[in-house]
Design a protein around this ligand. Structure first.
Ligand code: CO
Length: 506
């Protein structure tokens, strides 16, 4: 019996790897489309993409995959929850069941409606006209409810959507953490704003020539451990990171010659995603055991390098003199402390993607609370703009002048990405909890940063997080690595220590 099960498992893995190769080809096409493809290539590209996407989908939903999984779920391989084999069987079964439970007609309908909803949203945002978008958002919500009913959920339909981005997460599990976090954070932001202290942010809005930004950004990315022999950096309007497979991770950024932060911290952010991809176990490539866990854990890696490392004072002890030599005109008269304060300015703002490290989380919490409420039926879609504005007033002390600046700013809902926003906040929470543990394990971590040494932290992340692939779900990984369940305390402690001292706001 066990002999034949070996064959069954091998067959499943070889199919999984073949399907992953197809999706890896799709990622190359997608990367090329966003970086170098000429505009007139769009039609040919769409044909290439649908051919491969169709092949991938057919191969994955082949009933024989289901038979292989059925033969394996109760067998010897699935006995030890965290073995390589059990991980692959569990996660492939989860994906397969989801793909099988949703009728093709619903998949097509969701894709059709979200494509239309997206173009309506673009126009609605331009005109700041929520009313024209409202019926489309209602359609999207209705379809996502149908989707949730097809795939099932532990407690409430929203859990089914969360599970697409953060497998295993439920409102019950994360809602409490996010709720306590919001209460503490709103009070802390009030203290910061009441401090009367303001950094000189004009420092980061001087002339920063693009060629020099590229040199400096690549230097920092390489220093923290992004491997340029196994990756590259290009320019796109919307920065991203895509892992094409072992030895090939692509990141992108955008440069603003009059603003330092955009490209530099963007590069550190995408490098963090890239270092995660580069740290996955290549022997397991193409199977869940060799893939990243969730959007939230991915975001924890990017946020850690961007903020907890890249916006730390010790990081700039090393990089400030180098920046002064490269950006001579902009920075020759700027001290380390003034520069450090300027890249850590806290200022309530309307636009999420421009928000600072502290208030960013409140932007996310507003979205999470609102989407959870409208999906549950507790909030009418028509009431989203007024609720949005009330929350911004309450949490950040500001009121958007219009819906373009408010509830119409993000692309997610029109695309059907409901349940996605919480992963951004989870990323920050995971990052702080992991980082607190790394600091305990590596006692001179900050001293290392101030010498330009980041290898110990990168190896710690590789060993404790990257190398596991999907062995653990996100919540379990946090417990395994830090010994405690996810909590908002490490992030609040980190924010209080850093920004409390910058703003005299303990
Ligand atoms: Co990211």
């Amino acid at each position: 019996m066990s002999g034949s099960l070996d064959g069954v498992y091998e067959e499943l893995i070889s199919r999984a790897k073949e399907i992953s190769l197809i999706y890896s080809c799709l990622s190359v096409l997608d990367w090329d489309q966003k970086t170098y493809m000429p505009p007139n290539g769009a039609e040919q590209r769409s044909g290439q993409v649908s051919l491969l996407a169709g092949m991938g989908h057919r191969k994955f939903t082949d009933p024989q995959i289901g038979e292989l999984l059925d033969a394996l779920v109760s067998g010897k391989y699935a006995q030890d929850d965290y073995s390589d084999e059990a991980t692959n069987i569990r996660e492939l079964k989860r994906q397969y069941d989801k793909a099988k439970k949703v009728p093709n007609s619903l998949v097509i309908e969701i894709s059709k409606v979200t494509t239309l909803a997206d173009s309506v949203w673009v126009e609605a945002r331009e005109k700041s006209d929520f009313a024209s978008f409202q019926p489309w958002l209602e359609k999207v919500i209705d379809l996502k409810h149908q989707y949730a009913e097809c795939v099932g959920y532990p407690k409430e339909p929203y859990d089914a959507l969360l599970d697409d981005y953060e497998p295993g997460a439920t409102v019950e599990a994360i809602g409490k953490v996010l709720g306590s976090f919001r209460k503490d954070l709103v009070a802390f932001v009030e203290k910061i704003l009441g401090s009367g202290k303001h950094p000189d942010i004009s420092i980061v809005s001087r002339d920063y020539p693009v060629e020099k930004q590229e040199i400096f950004g690549k230097m920092a990315a390489a220093a923290i451990g992004f491997d340029f022999n196994s990756g590259r950096l290009d320019v796109t309007t919307h920065p991203f990171c895509t892992g094409l497979g072992p030895g090939d991770t692509r990141i992108t950024t955008r440069y603003n010659p009059k603003h330092f932060n955009d490209a530099f911290f963007g590069i550190l952010h995408e490098s963090g995603h890239g270092i995660y991809d580069q740290g996955l176990d290549r022997n397991h490539w193409g199977t869940p055991r060799g893939e990243s866990i969730s959007l939230g854990i991915h975001e924890s890696q990017s946020r850690m390098w961007e903020n907890l490392v890249g916006r730390s004072r010790s990081f700039w002890i090393y990089f400030h003199p180098i920046a002064q030599r490269i950006f001579t005109e902009a920075l020759q008269d700027v001290s380390l402390d003034d520069f450090y304060f300027a890249v850590n300015a806290v200022e309530p703002s309307f636009i999420r993607v421009e928000a600072d490290e502290v208030t960013y989380n409140l932007h996310i919490l507003v979205r999470f609370e609102i989407e959870h409420a409208f999906f549950k039926g507790d909030l009418k879609v028509a009431d989203i703009p007024s609720t949005w504005n009330e929350r911004y007033k309450h949490y950040l002390g500001i009121t958007p002048a219009n819906d373009a600046q408010g509830c119409l700013q993000d692309v997610h809902w029109s695309n059907g990405y409901i349940g996605y926003f919480p992963t951004y906040a989870l990323g920050n929470l995971y990052a702080a909890q992991f980082f607190a543990k790394a600091r305990k394990d590596i006692s001179d971590l900050e001293d290392q940063f101030s010498l330009g040494q980041f290898g110990d932290l990168r190896e710690w992340l590789r060993k404790n997080i990257h190398a596991h692939g999907q062995k653990y779900r996100a919540g379990k990984l946090v417990e395994v690595v830090t010994g405690k369940p996810l909590s908002h305390i490490p992030l609040m402690e980190y924010l209080r220590a850093k920004f409390g001292s910058l703003y005299n706001a303990g």
